[in-house]
Design a protein. Structure first.
Ligand code: FMN
Length: 175
């Protein structure tokens, strides 16, 4: 845990199995169930990935496949990508947008792609450029903002009224 309400998940620490789609999951590692139980209560997620051969990493795709609607549906998602080359991680981010939609998540419009990432981070992995740091923080801010709006009592009230309202009022009216 970084601090209350925030958690950094580094997929290297979970020893994830390859998703095999079988109903019997008794052969799955403890890490698979830990990952699910840590992601499920989150209101928002920031997915960060390197650009690998024109897409996001297979490790992240496997992690998303090991999860599903229970963990991801209805969540706000922010995207951050890094690439070794000059083109940036846009293909990775676009791929994640498509996959997040399939998981019925809400992906915010702000995103950050860091090209030539090897130039931007120091030995300890800290981002050097203030502008980039601000843009990443903004992704976090927007995820927090929309997660809150999506789950606040007023929004829930609106959604209940919306769902309870007639689908097409006036459609059968004679006027
Ligand atoms: C399997 C693999 C595929 C990669 N494919 C791309 C790619 O298509 N485009 C690109 O710009 N960088 C590519 N890279 C470089 C990574 O994006 C880069 O290593 C990553 O951003 C992390 O940066 P670092 O290696 O400096 O830590 C690839 C790296 C690996 C290991």
């Amino acid at each position: 845990m970084l601090e209350r309400g925030r958690q950094l998940i580094d997929l290297r620490e979970y020893q994830l199995n390859h998703c095999d789609g079988k109903e019997d999951e008794s052969h799955y590692s403890e890490g698979v169930f830990r990952l699910r139980s840590e992601v499920a209560p989150a209101q928002g997620l920031i997915l960060a990935t390197p650009e690998y051969h024109g897409s996001f990493s297979g490790v992240l795709k496997n992690a998303l496949d090991l999860m599903g609607f229970n963990e991801i549906e209805g969540k706000m998602i922010g995207l951050v990508g890094v690439s070794g080359g000059r083109m940036g991680a846009l293909n990775a981010l676009n791929g994640l947008r498509v996959v997040s939609r399939a998981l019925h998540a809400w992906v915010i419009p702000e995103q950050v792609s860091i090209p030539e990432a090897w130039k931007e981070f120091d030995e300890a992995g800290n981002l050097q450029d203030d502008e980039l740091r601000k843009r990443i923080a903004e992704v976090g801010r927007q995820v927090a903002r929309f997660s809150y709006l999506h789950t606040s009592e007023r929004a829930q009230e609106f959604l209940r009224a919306w769902e309870g309202a007639p689908v097409n009022p006036g459609a059968n009216s004679q006027e």
